[in-house]
Write a protein that binds this ligand. Structure first.
Ligand code: EPZ
Length: 427
């Protein structure tokens, strides 16, 4: 297994190209199941999770072609074609490797009238239930059965009638599954307290391009008028707002100045607001967002929340930045029950962080020193890299498979702006 060696102290300066959004791509790919025509997705990030999802899609008979692209370019275009669905079973050995596989449930059910998907199970940050996914599909008229670790969903012979569902808790994935099922229902469906993340807007934009009829896009109430068939489309995935926010923290912690090329400030409002409050200069430009940290960093309290609140996926990265801020910052994690696993690793680098339940108290500024650290989940891994960029000495980050799931060619992008970072084989 590879490891990253980060030698801290370099001030980052220059331009980082932002890739297509992982969490948008993971809900756009299964949309290909909803039509027998070709769906071409542009700007897909080259990530382990995207490869994994494409492999899963072949399980259902979906072909995918990847026209050649020069290797040095980021991203790639993929054409997916589900002319005929040859299986509606998503097996355990594929689903267990990537929880987002559960997002084939809604489209498979809508297209074929049935779907058998392994329960995804939990992960490091929480037990990640899917009860809301299932309740929404039941509200549309689906029959749901749980047996031998699988969800078996089936629709009436005449197809899913559709229906209304009020989400008791905002859920990105459950909203995505529900929308992908509703677009082919016989009637109209209304989702209330639906997630409003930009990735949901991206999903609705692709489905609309495929012929779906969706009202209220971008709001917490979505009205979906089912249509008989959807046609193919070509669609460019939105830029990754979490990748961009992560590199913004990396630039800021080094006192650097970096242009996040292709980032969309409109998707990053809460992160940019937090950075400004911490004393980071943020400028929105026509082709990206410029980050500069010339003055001292100031402590700031943060609470994660569903969009447009502060993204939980930015909590770990901002915590690393706040270790270098003057004063005490209180961070509250309201979305997942176990998303502070970066804390003990940051503490080994010299950070002064105390946790009480879902609250972390960060006392800064502290001198960070390089250490051997262990990544435990995707965003925790990134927070350790960010801390390493500002630490005295050398930080070794292991278990890079976490990072490779969410950050396209991370070390290359950081090298572009002067970071002393290299990937080496783990002896
Ligand atoms: C998506 O996960 C993202 N993943 C996560 O990003 C992100 O952290 C999360 O949304 C919140 O923004 C992808 O898009 C692939 P949820 P998801 O359903 O859909 C509870 C990353 O680092 N819940 O919005 O699984 C759940 O336990 C990843 O890129 C239920 O109770 O998140 C959590 O407390 C990590 N029942 C809360 O809702 C359900 O049926 C929000 O979860 C579903 C969720």
């Amino acid at each position: 297994m590879d490891k990253l060696i980060v030698r801290g102290g370099n001030r980052l300066s220059g331009t980082i190209p932002i890739s297509g959004a992982k969490n948008a791509a993971l809900t756009l790919i299964p949309c290909a199941l909803l039509t027998e025509e070709a769906v071409t997705l542009r700007n897909l990030p080259r990530l382990a999770d995207i490869d994994g999802f494409q492999h899963l899609m072949t399980q259902f008979g979906v072909s995918h072609t990847i026209p050649g692209k020069r290797p040095e370019e980021f991203g790639r275009n993929v054409t997916l074609e589900a002319m005929r669905i040859t299986s509606s079973v998503a097996p355990y050995d594929l689903v267990r490797k990537m929880r987002a596989s559960i997002l084939v449930l809604g489209p498979l059910l809508a297209r074929t009238g049935e779907a058998t998907v392994s329960l995804p199970g939990g992960c490091a940050i929480g037990n990640r239930p899917i009860d809301l996914h299932l309740k929404a599909l039941e509200a549309f008229g689906a029959q749901i059965e749980l047996a031998q670790g699988y969800v078996k969903a089936s629709a009436p012979d005449s197809g899913l009638p559709g229906g209304d569902f009020d989400f008791p808790v905002v859920s990105v994935g459950a909203t995505e599954n529900a929308v992908m099922a509703a677009v082919l229902c016989n009637g109209t469906s209304v989702l209330r307290n639906a997630a409003r993340e930009p990735e949901i807007v991206d999903l609705c934009n692709l489905l609309t391009a495929m012929g779906a009829e969706i009202e209220g896009v971008g709001t917490s109430e979505l009205t979906i008028h089912g249509v008989k068939k959807l046609h193919g489309a070509t669609y460019r995935v939105m830029p990754d707002r979490i990748e961009a926010g992560s590199y913004a923290c990396a630039a800021a912690i080094t006192g650097g100045e970096v242009m996040l090329q292709g980032a969309d400030a409109g998707d990053m409002g809460s992160t940019l607001h937090a950075l400004r409050n911490i004393g980071v200069e943020v400028e929105t430009e026509k082709d990206g967002v410029k980050i500069a940290a010339n003055g001292p960093l100031k402590a700031h309290n943060l609470t994660t929340a569903p969009f447009p609140g502060l993204a939980t996926d930015m909590q770990a990265q901002l915590m690393s930045l706040l270790c270098k801020a003057e004063g005490t910052s209180i961070l509250k994690e309201t979305i997942f029950e176990n998303r502070f696993m970066h804390v003990p690793e940051l503490a080994r680098m010299g950070a002064d962080i105390e946790t009480e339940g879902r609250t972390a108290i960060v006392r800064g500024p502290c001198e960070l020193t390089g250490a051997e650290v262990m990544a435990t989940d995707l965003r925790a891994s990134m927070s350790l890299v960010i801390a390493g960029l500002a630490a005295q000495g050398e930080t070794t980050v292991r278990r890079l498979y976490h990072l490779d799931r969410g950050y396209e060619r991370l070390e290359e992008k950081l090298q572009l702006v002067g970071a002393d970072i290299e990937r080496v084989g783990d002896d």
